[in-house]
Design a protein around this ligand. Structure first.
Ligand code: ADP
Ligand code: TRP
Length: 349
């Protein structure tokens, strides 16, 4: 985001128009959401909705998952897991429209239209595609091995998700900034020809620092270093015990600013709790003790949502109902806006 001024400006402008700015974000169902997804995307999005200042649309990006998940049973399971995560972490479906991407076919029409205004060069430069291509080259494989057209065109689909609802703000983790930038480029190309039809979106990034995973790299399903949100207590504890540490003896003073355990602890604790733990570090803490402290704060934060999550997962029909209602609210808006885009391009009257 270019700064708080942009937000203030939009809120002011929309108040004059007697409308609320649109806030939208999506999560790919590719596995149970983890602490990184929660802190980087889900929590900020739920906090934005709670202000009541935005009209919020949060969705399950199953078309995006289809680029990599080719197992129907898993796909179904992951969609429920992501929906249940939003709902158990505090999303209120009376305040936020939550839906499944594939229930909105208008997104696909938008995707084609926008792809005709997307420079191929942008796709070549997109981080996610570039990373796979580079890994192929490094390992002596064909540069395109394992890359389907869905992966290549991923940023256009993401732009479609955002633009079909005339979104103003997109709460995401810092790793998604390039995608929002591409969406803005597409808006510029389209609007340069047809006038102010598409709305340029603003990314809202909570923090530039990504949540680290068990091995110290960015926590990500792709690195298998995640702490999934809703593990049973015992498993959560076991996973936390796997966090990489050095071999300093328990009594040796330790530096909290150079500790993965402390980094994660900060996300779930008050300033006073952090000061206490930092003092213990300096005095000499055993890594087992530090991990136990981390487990305690994460477990306190997750106990209630975990119970809700389990209840929802045992009742998928309830989740389906909520997603169906969301789609029913979105589709008329989608159809109306798509029509105006088609009129602009000369395809509809
Ligand atoms: P993953 O990398 O595990 O596949 P996704 O790409 O599905 O995660 O990310 C979903 C959302 O969570 C995105 O908005 C992304 O920016 C955010 N996110 C993912 N990992 C992290 C992290 N380690 N720290 C902060 N935000 C993250
Ligand atoms: N690409 C996002 C991710 O990997 C998920 C996503 C798809 C998304 N469409 C979106 C996020 C639209 C925000 C807005 O995490």
């Amino acid at each position: 985001m270019e700064g708080d001024n942009v937000v203030t400006f939009h809120l002011y402008r929309y108040r004059l128009l007697m409308k609320k700015p649109i806030c939208l974000t999506g999560i790919k169902p590719t596995g149970m959401p983890h602490l990184g997804n929660y802190l980087g995307a889900i929590k900020p999005a739920i906090s934005m909705a709670a202000t009541g200042k935005y009209d919020c649309f949060y969705f399950i990006a199953d078309y995006h998952s289809l680029t990599t998940i080719h197992d129907a049973k898993l796909m179904r399971e992951y969609v429920y897991e992501v929906a249940a995560t939003w709902l158990s972490m505090g999303l209120n479906p009376d305040q936020v429209t939550i839906y499944r991407q594939s229930d909105i076919p208008e997104i696909m029409e938008m995707n084609w239209i926008l792809s005709c205004f997307t420079a191929k060069g942008h796709m070549n430069r997109a981080h996610a595609y570039k990373a796979i291509a580079a890994e192929n080259t490094q390992n002596g494989r064909d540069v395109d091995q394992g890359i389907n057209m869905g992966i290549y065109g991923y940023p256009v689909l993401m732009a479609s998700d955002i633009l079909f609802l005339q979104t103003n703000f997109v709460p995401v983790g810092a790793d998604q900034l390039q995608h929002i930038e591409i969406a803005r480029e597409i808006v510029s190309s389209f609007n340069a020809i047809y006038g102010e039809v598409l709305t340029p979106p603003e990314a809202m990034v909570q923090s530039e620092t990504l949540v680290p995973g068990l091995d110290g790299r960015k926590m990500s399903k792709s690195y298998q270093n995640t702490i999934p949100l809703f593990l049973p207590e015992k498993k959560l504890q076991k996973l936390i015990n796997k966090i990489k540490t050095d071999s300093l003896p328990p009594e040796a003073p330790k530096d909290p600013s150079d500790s993965l355990i402390f980094d994660l602890f900060k996300f779930f604790s008050t300033k006073a709790q952090q000061d206490d733990l930092a003092a213990w570090y300096k005095k000499g803490i055993g890594w087992g003790e530090a991990k136990a402290e981390l487990f305690k704060v994460i477990n306190v934060a997750l106990t209630e949502p975990r119970a809700k999550y389990e209840e929802l997962m045992a009742n998928p029909a309830l989740i389906d109902n909520i997603l169906d209602e969301g789609a029913a609210k979105v589709r008329p808006k989608a159809a109306e806006f798509l029509k105006s885009v088609k009129v602009a391009t000369g395809m509809s009257r």
